[in-house]
Design a protein around this ligand. Structure first.
Ligand code: DX5
Ligand code: ZN
Length: 236
């Protein structure tokens, strides 16, 4: 049995590897989940992004905790679980038990995210808070001290393969400019080798990427292309 790392250990491991491209398995071939995960691991992925959708918070259904568990069996990579669901407080324990290392909830789904963020942390996982393109930064302000990660959505959540919404850039920039920010900055939706550079410059350090990896015949080449676009901007 592999020892699961604690929240702080995982965060420092992510920090040491950042900036990082996280393949979003929503776009993978679920008939061959294990193989797909093995391929992105070989391609250099250091963590995976898992999109949970309930058909209520977003107009699409993806998968639930059994699939997170299947991913957990297939890899030791940290699993960054993005919960696009209503009343996420009901599912924190099951997703943690299934193997989530971090869980990101949506600010639009909750009147007060704080207790849920605290619950995630109390289970030893990192706690993330996401906001949609149409949601202003002021909506997450009060919750920032309880976040290990802020996920800036660059598409309306629900589907892979959508076009990048540039409002994410201003949000990333404004968050990065804060000197009290301790959370990781992640961006998700429409990330390609063109859009990843501006996100890096704006301060993002984790990038959830679905179609730009899984629609490529060569996941390694796709990862390298994304990573070199990041490296060019990070050193520019
Ligand atoms: C969208 C999801 C994303 C999605 C990204 O609702 O949260 O993580 O998988 O897919 P691409 O990279 O195709 O936009
Ligand atoms: Zn996502």
């Amino acid at each position: 049995m592999v020892r699961r790392l604690g929240r702080e250990e995982l965060k420092s491991r992510l920090r040491a590897n950042a900036p990082l491209v996280l393949p979003s398995i929503l776009a993978c071939d679920f008939g061959h989940l294990e193989r797909e995960i093995e391929l992105v691991e070989q391609a250099g992925a250091k963590a995976l992004h898992l999109d949970v959708m309930d058909g209520r918070f977003v107009p699409n259904i993806s998968f639930g905790s059994p699939s997170v568990e299947a991913a957990r069996r297939a890899t030791n990579l940290p699993l960054d679980v993005h919960l696009m669901i209503e009343r996420p407080e009901r599912f924190i324990e099951p997703f943690r038990a299934a193997g989530a290392d971090g869980m990101t909830i949506h600010v639009e789904a909750l009147a007060d995210p704080r207790p849920v963020l605290e619950k995630i942390r109390s289970l030893g996982a990192w706690a993330g808070l996401a906001l949609n393109p149409s949601t202003p930064l002021s909506a997450i302000e009060a919750s920032l001290p309880y976040c290990d990660l802020v996920l800036v959505m660059s598409v309306m959540p629900g589907f892979g393969g959508q076009l990048f919404d540039a409002t994410a850039i201003d949000k990333l920039r404004a968050l990065r400019a804060r000197n009290d920010l301790k959370a990781f900055l992640e961006v998700d939706g429409g990330i390609t080798s063109e859009t990843i550079g501006p996100c890096t410059e704006a301060g993002a350090e984790l990038f959830a990427v679905g179609t730009a990896i899984f629609r490529d015949n060569d996941y390694g080449a796709a990862m390298r292309q994304l990573e070199s676009a990041v490296a060019r901007r990070a050193t520019a």
